[in-house]
Design a protein around this ligand. Sequence first.
Ligand SMILES: NC(=O)c1ccc[n+]([C@@H]2O[C@H](COP(=O)([O-])OP(=O)(O)OC[C@H]3O[C@@H](n4cnc5c(N)ncnc54)[C@H](OP(=O)(O)O)[C@@H]3O)[C@@H](O)[C@H]2O)c1
Length: 314
Amino acid sequence: MEYLTLKNSDLKVSRMCMGGCPMGGYGWGSNVLESELIDAVHCALDNGINFFDTADTYGLGQSEKILGKALKGRRDKAVIASKFGVHAKNGMPTFYDNSPEWIKSSIKGTLKRLDTDYLDLYQIHYRDEKTPLSEVVDTLEELKKAGYIRYYGLSNIHKSDIPELKEYKGRFVSFQDEYSLACRKNEDDFLNLSKNLCLTPLTWGSLGQGILTGKYDRNTVFADDDRRSRDIYVNFHGEKLEKNLEIVEVLKNISNDTGKSIPAIAIRFILDFLTDSVVLVGIKRPSQLKANIEAFGWKLDDEQIKILDEISKN
Ligand SMILES: NC(=O)c1ccc[n+]([C@@H]2O[C@H](COP(=O)([O-])OP(=O)(O)OC[C@H]3O[C@@H](n4cnc5c(N)ncnc54)[C@H](OP(=O)(O)O)[C@@H]3O)[C@@H](O)[C@H]2O)c1
């Protein structure tokens, strides 16, 4: 495993973070089993992965609950990141909410579901349009002083937020957004925020929600309860799917040459291209984790990086 320390912090984390989105169950199809998810968390810890990402909205708390259950007795071995900012309750309209009241009630729910008394990293999932950033930062500082959270980070921010964020340089430690061979549109933001605001890039959708594993093709039909059946999951539809399948062909060739799994090549590209990043990967079972950690202990050569860079440019 490779490790780095998140900027502005003493959080030493593995460069692969187990993503908790599939743990929420909702929208990932019926092949997600709690027992396999828990085994996957144990397998992650046993293989040197100490970083876990979840959110209060993933399955409306289910992801946090399963992660807490899986980490029982091993909490001190894990760095846990969760998120707030989506005001979601069963049967009620959902909206973004960064108000101090919502943040303070969210952290209590998160800690309870995770069965822990502190969170290592608390991330703004989405910014709302009304709460000033200064109020959000003041509230997060309050949570820090109270010992509820150790550090805080960002996710999915708008470009228009960046000038204001400069005032808070050194406070936030990380920034999450989508990034993979199938989605490089946020690359400049990652490079800019890493260099100028000292934020560690955390890439989500690192396998393009699964398309970069090589197991899907144009004949794949997702069940209605799988989000990837919907057109907004662009990686699996239309021209974008065709482009992704070309990338997968290149991944397959490199996989044959290196003897590493196809997803491992896709992950290695991010590790080698954004050299100070952590790759977030959604994992449903130990076998997926094992294939993904083949990304570690070696590097792509310059020629392989060049080919992957060229085929995946937006
Ligand atoms: N900040 C945000 O707004 C945000 C948004 C999205 C995600 N995230 C975070 O980032 C994490 C990663 O993103 P993601 O989960 O959406 O997408 P992803 O990591 O690109 O794809 C995950 C999916 O790929 C498949 N997979 C993974 N490893 C595999 C393997 N070795 N072989 C075959 N299939 C494999 C699994 O689904 P199947 O087996 O069903 O194909 C898995 O659920 C999330 O879990 C979450 O923690 C954050």
